[in-house]
Design a protein around this ligand. Structure first.
Ligand code: ZN
Length: 184
């Protein structure tokens, strides 16, 4: 913090404009190194010094905005990379287990594929690896999963408990199986 009325050697013209105790304009030396003149007249006179001190410990507004944009860009890039990774894993998995293409909007198809991968994989872990379901029984679950090609069904059920999958598949309607499935 560098209140203007104390730096009399180099800002003489400001002293007269802002004489204590009602000084309104303060030069804040921010933590980022920038000096910014602030009008503190919207604060009660006896609070300005404390506020100016608090301000001096912050980045200036421009720097704060810039780092916020940086953080948002980093976060967006991270999310996009994570999504692309999941999409690739879902694509590999769908091919490996002969899961048919889904139907829906372009975005819905991509999202539905990720949801299907996650839900069916989690169900396999819960029911077969950690449960007592045998392979034949699981094959039936997989076959039923292959018939559901409406992307929206997988998106709607993405937050389901993995071991509820057999029940959810049994409850699916013909609308969730829009076409003859060549893979079953
Ligand atoms: Zn700055």
């Amino acid at each position: 913090m560098k209140p203007q009325n104390t730096s009399s050697t180099n800002s003489g013209s400001r002293i007269q404009r802002n004489s204590p105790p009602s000084k309104k304009f303060w030069t804040i030396a921010h933590a980022c190194g920038h000096e910014v003149e602030r009008d503190l007249s919207d604060r009660p006179a006896d609070r300005r010094a404390g506020f100016a001190e608090w301000l001096a410990n912050q980045e200036c507004t421009d720097c704060w905005k810039a780092t916020r944009v940086d953080r948002e860009e980093v976060k967006a890039a991270w999310l996009a990379a994570k999504r692309a990774e999941e999409q690739a894993a879902a694509g590999t998995w769908s091919a490996q287990y002969r899961m048919p293409p889904l139907e829906g909007s372009e975005r819905g198809i991509a999202w539905g594929e990720r949801c299907r991968h996650q839900l069916v994989s989690a169900a396999y872990t819960a029911l077969v690896l950690e449960g007592d379901m045998d392979d034949d029984a699981w094959q039936q679950i997989e076959d039923a999963a292959r018939t559901i090609t409406r992307a929206g069904w997988w998106i709607d059920n993405r937050a389901s408990e993995p071991d509820d999958l057999p029940e959810l598949l049994a409850a699916a309607t013909s609308g969730d199986r829009p076409c003859e499935n060549p893979f079953v």
